[in-house]
Structure formats: structure tokens, C-alpha cells
Design a protein around this ligand. Sequence first.
Ligand SMILES: Cc1cc2nc3c(=O)[nH]c(=O)nc-3n(C[C@H](O)[C@H](O)[C@H](O)COP(=O)(O)OP(=O)(O)OC[C@H]3O[C@@H](n4cnc5c(N)ncnc54)[C@H](O)[C@@H]3O)c2cc1C
Length: 596
Amino acid sequence: MAKLAKRTFDAVVVGAGGAGLRAALQLSEAGLKTAVLSKVFPTRSHTVAAQGGVSASLGNSEPDHWHWHMYDTVKGSDWLGDQDAIEFMCRAAPQAVIELEHFGMPFDRNDDGTIYQRPFGGHMSNFGEKPVRRACAAADRTGHAMLHALYQRNVRANTQFFVEWMALDMIRDAEGKVLGVIAMEMETAEIVIFQAKATLFATGGAGRIYYSSTNAFINTGDGLGMAARAGIPLEDMEFWQFHPTGVAGAGVLITEGVRGEGGILRNASGERFMERYAPVAKDLASRDVVSRAMVTEINEGRGCGAGKDHVLLDITHLDPEVIKHRLPGIREISIKFAGVDPIKAPIPVVPTCHYQMGGIPTNYHGEVVVPDGAGNHVVVPGFYAAGEVACASVHGANRLGTNSLLDLLVFGKSAGDSLIKYVKGEVRSMPEIPQSEIDRTLARVDRLNNQTNGVEVNDARLAMQRTMQAHCGVFRFKDMLKQGVEKILEVEKMVQKTQIKDKSKVFNTARIEALELDNLIEVAKATMISAEARTESRGAHVRDDAPDTPATPNGRDDANWLKHTLWHREGNKLEYKPVNLTPLTVETIELKARSY
Ligand SMILES: Cc1cc2nc3c(=O)[nH]c(=O)nc-3n(C[C@H](O)[C@H](O)[C@H](O)COP(=O)(O)OP(=O)(O)OC[C@H]3O[C@@H](n4cnc5c(N)ncnc54)[C@H](O)[C@@H]3O)c2cc1C
């Protein structure tokens, strides 16, 4: 029987992005002995790449109200978001941002000293009237500034960091309670148990299941893979956001803040085509709407360049000083990745995979909730999730820009608060770790160490990414989805036979990539299988076979599909749970067709 070294904590947080750091801060400040594990140095987490801003109805430049923000978020979600969680988040936003300001976040300023806010897609005043300035920004490096502010606060609060440690699996006891994680030190390949009274997952997104993605290479859905292997279902995984403006060919993100500052999308004839698709919000319609309009322009032959395969994002009409001051990072990206100085020429862009709306099912307290088999949804003791890995669900079928950074702050904090309460009530000593849990993880690592004549990790990953891109992209087709399910199950067989030629221990990135692929494939299966089953169009999930009728506007079928998907790894089983349409204090935002 293999034994592993063990460390014990009150709380283990996996992930040091915005959500993990906000949660850890709450825990450490409450006096909990807290470990934070991260594959990379905390300030290199993907949150650092967030450009455009964090939303809050501060109303610094013009009137705004949390209720309008809530309305926009429900509408943006295509009514799949839970209205209790959305009210909770939008009400908490102004305070969360002011708190961040007090943590030392260097926001841009208005002349009167208040935080600078820019317009962003789908954020409107007065229940959908016209675009409003709600995105609080630090130039086009908002996530960078936020992550550094949160990291510094954690250092001050004595949070204990385990940098370049990769969690491999979560540990559950026979009753399903979560006891911590098994993790590998990347430098030495040593495997250690991190036992804790409570465990919080903040492992971020999994955009790397797609071939073209704005996501960092580390965004491999590890939290989702670990949860799925431990029997936790994944919620609403068919909903992936394609960001309208990835640099054509490179995938690197150009923030929506560029359109917030006045940027315009143009087709091959120079036409501002968004006027035809979204007469009011135009280029600032929500992301799913803009991405589909762009793909339609390209498919109908109005794309730009020799391959007619992209459109142009034009800011040449803006004052060069505005570009240099408000969008310096974008100018740099454009020059480096597209070879264009946006002061002089428009940037070539295409929709690129950006964000997962689904994730580990939680309530707005950050507690993980699962079906109990008898029709109820119950809390998993000792398990919490926040940030992009979690599905609270505030983003429903489509997230509004700048609502993710807000989600990290609000739900990082609320998950932290729930966890503190739980740990303070947990007086029993640390239980034994079931040997079967240890063996399960070691078997996976050993398989990889012993495999010869297997499949190259790169080949399996490419097969997965190409399948996802071709069969489950911006537009989805019945037959393609059906074939996609078959193909992805074939890819899964490849993943079970991956081999690494280099079996050495010290900083073996090949081993890390193989272990990451074990997680990516779980996410890919969850996505494809959930998408094939949902025979309507809603938010980012758009099928050509969903009819547009008065009862099903834009293909959205509320009579049959106003419900959350839950995918179980075991047998690829799907089940569904109702959307919560009842907010905490205000009235339900009633269903209607979505237009911008
Ligand atoms: C290019 C880009 C720009 C964006 N711009 C904006 C924006 O302007 N506004 C906005 O609201 N949203 C934006 N988003 C979305 C938003 O930034 C992300 O959703 C959010 O930052 C995710 O934060 P997180 O804390 O959940 O995870 P991340 O910041 O991704 O952090 C994940 C953490 O988990 C760790 N981790 C993962 N797996 C393991 C493991 N197995 N073991 C140990 N550690 C692990 C990683 O090391 C990392 O520390 C943007 C996203 C991208 C990709």
C-alpha cells in the first residue's frame, strides 16, 4: 500500500486567480490556516490577462442602478441565469469595487477623482434603453491591477502559498464529504496529501478544449476534471462564449473595451454591419449576438483579407492620445500579433473561444450543490467553488463582459464566508484518508509512467481541439453535434493511452501536460454531450435546427428547455434542474425575446 506525505490545514484553496485570492483573503483574515495551491506564480493566473474592466453600477459618469445591472445580466444570460444569484451579485458590486479600491487597486480616474467607467457590451441604463458606463477600468490592464492588489493583501494576511503545485484529484470519504486534495509538486514530481476541513476550487476556465482560444495554456479545466472524476456533475457545459474580437490567426484577445471607447466593426466593403443586426446597441450588443453577426458576414462572403476569413475592428477615427492612454496594451498586441498599428489601420479579428458559462454547480453562497437522487439538491459537505470553474449561475447561457471579474470578487468572498462558518462548526479531528482515494490517483500517474507504444499527448490534444472547434463552435448543427459526440468519445480512448517519452521527475512538463489532458477531455465530453442534447438555441448555444417561431423566439424553447443541464461522468448521463426565476427581494424579470 502506497503511503503519501500529508499536510493539514483548516482550508485548502486550489487556484490563485482572482477568485482564489479573494476567497483566501477572507479565510486568512478570519484566522484560518489557509493553503493556496497554484500551477503558476499567483500573479500569472489568467485573471492577469483581463483587460476591459469590472462592472459595478457606481454611476460615476451618469445615472446607474444595480437593478438595471441585474436586468441586463438576466437578459444577457437569455434567462438561464438564476435570478437570486444575479440579484446578489449586482447588489454587491459597488461595495466589492470600492473595497478593491481600498485594497490599493490603481483604477483610472475621472477628473473629479472618482473611478473611471467605460461602456461595455450589453450593459444598458434604465432596463435596456441605451449603453451605460458601468465597466470600472485600469487602462486595458484591469485584471493585472486587480490580481496584484489581491496578492499583496494575501501576503499581508499570511496566506500560505504553494506555487507550482498541481492538484491531481480531490479526496472524498464514503459519505461524499470532501477531505482535501492530492497534489504534485511540479519541480520534483513528489505527490502529497493536502488534508483540510474544507476545500475550495478556484481553478478557472478550460478554454483550451478549443483550437482557437483567448485562454492561457494553463486553462485546462483541472477543477472540472477533478470534480467529474469524484462524481460531481457539471452544469450547463454546452454554453461557451466566443469573444468577437480575437486577433485573426493568433487568437489573442482584443478587449471589448475597444468598442466601448468607440471602435467599430466593418466588413469587406467597409460597412458598419452591426447596425443591421443590433440597431440600438450596434457594436456594443452582447457577445453572442456580435460573434454570430461576424460569422454570418464571413459565411456570406463579406469577410476581409485574401481568405475573406475575418472582419476589421476600426479605431482609426479615435484620437491617438485616447488610444495611447486608454488602450496601450491593445495597441501593443495589435502591433505584435497582427502587424498593424491601430492608430493607422484597422485590426483583423475573428470570434475566438473565451469563457465557459457552465461549471461546478454552486448556490450564491459558493457551496457546491448536487442532486441527491430523490429530486433534491443538497450541499456537498466541505466543498466550495468560485470563479470561472463554478456555475452559480449568474451568467446563464451568455456572460456579459466585465461580469466575470465581478463574479470573482463577489463569490470569492461569499464562498470564503460560507467556508469559515463551516470550519468553525467542524470540531471533529481530521479523519483517516481512504486508501482507495490515494490508489485512484496513483493508478493514473503510474499508468502514465508505465505506458509505452501509446498515443502522443499532442496528437490526442489536437484531435480534441479540432473536434470541438469544428463540431461545437459559434453555430451548431444537428448532424455535426451527433458526429462530434462519437468523435470525442474516440478521442477519449486516445487520451486513456497517452504516453510520455520523458519519464524523468524534475520539472517534467510533458507529465504535467498529460495530466492536464485527463481534465480537458472531461470538459470536452461534458460540452459536446450537453450541446447535442439541448435542441433549442439560447445565448451562446445556437443550433440551425431550432425553429424561430412566435412561441420559440430566435429558436429559444422556454416550454421545454428553461432548465439547467447536469452532466454526470458516470455513463455520460444527463439530468436537468429548474432555473431559479425568483430574485431575493425584487420581482422576477419576466421572460421575453432578446434583442439589442
Ligand atoms: C484574455 C482574457 C481577457 C479577459 N478580460 C476580462 C475582463 O476584462 N473583464 C472580465 O470580467 N472578465 C474578463 N475575462 C474573464 C476573466 O478574466 C476570467 O473568467 C477570470 O479571470 C477567471 O478567474 P479565476 O480566478 O476563476 O481563474 P484564473 O484566473 O484562471 O486562475 C486559475 C488558478 O487556478 C490555478 N490552477 C488551475 N488548475 C490547478 C491545479 N490543478 N492545481 C493547482 N492550481 C491550479 C492556476 O494556477 C491559477 O492560479 C477575460 C478572460 C481572458 C482569457
